[in-house]
Write a protein that binds this ligand. Structure first.
Ligand code: ATP
Ligand code: MG
Length: 469
């Protein structure tokens, strides 16, 4: 049905997308989406608002994903009712947000997000609207608040991408397409609505969203929408670090992190997000690229298998390649190796938090995973057994394997720990006795040729992975 639907639409929609004030209407015999496929809570919110006399549609990712046969992550509703009017209709509703006021209607663990139709507001350099509660622009054109309500047509034009501006009327199963989004779904294109430069300047996070949807849906970014990204990427530095943290998690935890990373690099979006990592990647693309790609690939694999992942492991991997240069800098300034390692880690995380507000519950484990890299080579006496009992051992061990797989020379440390976990007590004592007294090099990444083939690892799912703690 889906294939037939897309084929049927192919020829009439092949023309260049136009800005339109009247939508293409797809009746329920022209598309495969049915009321029964939707979240019953989302349908009940739409029904309730419509019964109260408001317009209400499902919109955004859920319509897009259902047309692509993907399970929607969440269901968003757009309505003519103001947030206060929406709240008045539901007992279980809460108004949230300031930059962008929304209502969350709670049904147990499911939340239906209800947004009032908004208008795009014209941007001019001498905008003097800064004190207004409804709309406000930064001098760069960035929208600081966006609470100017409008019609359904206005709402469609202010959305980011054509594929995100499809409205589904759940009661009559009709789709309204104001921006030729179905055309772009069919041609697998992420295309901004309106002038790309202006839309990115209004909200630079749209550049990250373009990459996220391209990776998630396996779409291309339409050339005019892709062209200005590298030039405008530095605008991301003006985005509050807490919002960037949320966006980066969405980028890396959506199951397509490896592809997302490639696109971030290709469109020069990595430097404004992870400046030290971008520099390390330039200095040593082979090792840094390999380590990050391996970490992201195993994250994607874990997500596909329904396993948990922790952002701490991911951030630890993203930043690790930037550590050695910092350590050397501090050592050149006269600091001994171990304190230099600690200071470098501290500086790197502190600097990263200026860009992306990594909460303490993740930044502390990043340090612990890194500290573990220094401790894993020191195995004499009772140290190995104590390390095994450390709650961070698993993540530290996985991280060690990741470093080795990326080409770091550790003298077979990963295999030693793999064996140590598998053997009995008396064999463990032997392994400790057999440790030849040699200088215990810490975590300094000397390189070796990457080993080919797969390696033996300890335990199920032990795959140099972002293990949950
Ligand atoms: P998913 O939920 O799968 O990540 P989505 O498209 O639903 O994708 P949301 O972040 O849930 O993304 O946003 C819902 C809708 O709100 C989008 O589809 C889009 O129409 C609109 N939207 C979200 N963020 C922006 C933005 N920064 N600028 C313009 N419109 C946006
Ligand atoms: Mg959504």
């Amino acid at each position: 049905m889906l294939k037939k639907f897309l084929q049927k639409l192919r020829s009439p929609l092949r023309r260049k997308p136009l800005k339109r004030s009247s939508p293409i209407v797809l009746n329920n015999n022209q598309h495969p989406l049915r009321r029964a496929d939707l979240s019953r809570y989302a349908v009940s919110v739409v029904d309730r608002l419509q019964q109260a006399g408001y317009q209400a549609y499902l919109v955004g990712g859920c319509v897009r994903d259902l047309l692509l046969n993907i399970n929607p992550k969440d269901f968003d509703v757009a309505t003519s009712a103001t947030p206060e009017q929406v709240r008045a209709e539901f007992r279980n509703a809460r108004v949230i947000g300031r930059r962008f006021k929304l209502v969350h209607v709670h049904f147990g663990r499911e939340i239906i997000e209800v947004a009032t139709f908004r208008a795009n507001h014209a941007i001019c350099d001498d905008d003097d609207d800064h004190d207004s509660n409804q709309s406000s622009h930064h001098e760069s054109g960035r929208i600081l608040r966006d609470n100017v309500y409008g019609t359904l047509e206005d709402d469609a034009q202010r959305r980011d991408f054509t594929i995100n501006a499809l409205y589904l009327d759940a009661s009559c199963e009709r789709i309204l397409d104001y921006a030729n989004g179905v055309h772009d779904i069919q041609n697998r294109l992420v295309r901004l609505i309106g002038d790309p430069q202006q839309r990115y300047k209004e909200d630079p996070v749209r550049m990250l969203r373009a990459v996220r949807f391209a990776a998630k849906l396996d779409f291309d970014i339409e050339p005019h929408s892709a062209a200005p990204i590298a030039l405008l990427a530095p605008l991301l530095r003006e985005i509050p670090s807490a919002r960037l943290f949320d966006e980066v998690l969405k980028l890396l935890l959506a199951g397509q992190a490896e592809r997302t990373f490639e696109l971030l690099v290709e469109h020069e979006l990595l430097a404004p997000l992870f400046p030290a990592t971008a520099r390390a990647l330039k200095r040593d693309p082979g090792y840094a690229g390999e380590l990050i790609r391996l970490a992201l690939a195993s994250t994607d694999a874990r997500i596909q298998q329904g396993k948990t992942v922790t952002p701490a492991f991911l951030f630890a991997a993203m930043l690790w390649p930037a550590l050695p240069a910092r350590v050397i800098e501090l050592q050149n300034g006269g600091m001994p190796p171990i304190p230099a390692m600690h200071e470098a880690a501290h500086q790197l995380i502190a600097e990263q938090c200026q860009r992306i507000a990594i909460p303490k519950r993740f930044s502390i484990p990043i340090r612990e995973i890194w500290d573990m890299q220094e401790r894993l080579p020191r195995r004499q006496g009772k140290r190995a057994d104590l390390l095994l009992e450390n709650p961070r051992f698993r993540a530290g061990y996985d991280f060690l394997l990741l470093r080795e797989d990326a080409g770091e020379q550790t003298g077979g440390l990963g295999d030693w720990w793999t064996d140590y976990q598998e053997v009995n007590d008396s064999e463990r004592r032997n392994m400790i006795r057999n440790l030849v007294a040699k200088p215990e090099d810490g975590a300094a990444p000397a390189r070796k040729k990457r080993r080919s083939g797969s390696r033996k690892r300890r335990g199920p799912g032990a795959d140099a992975s972002p293990t949950n703690d």
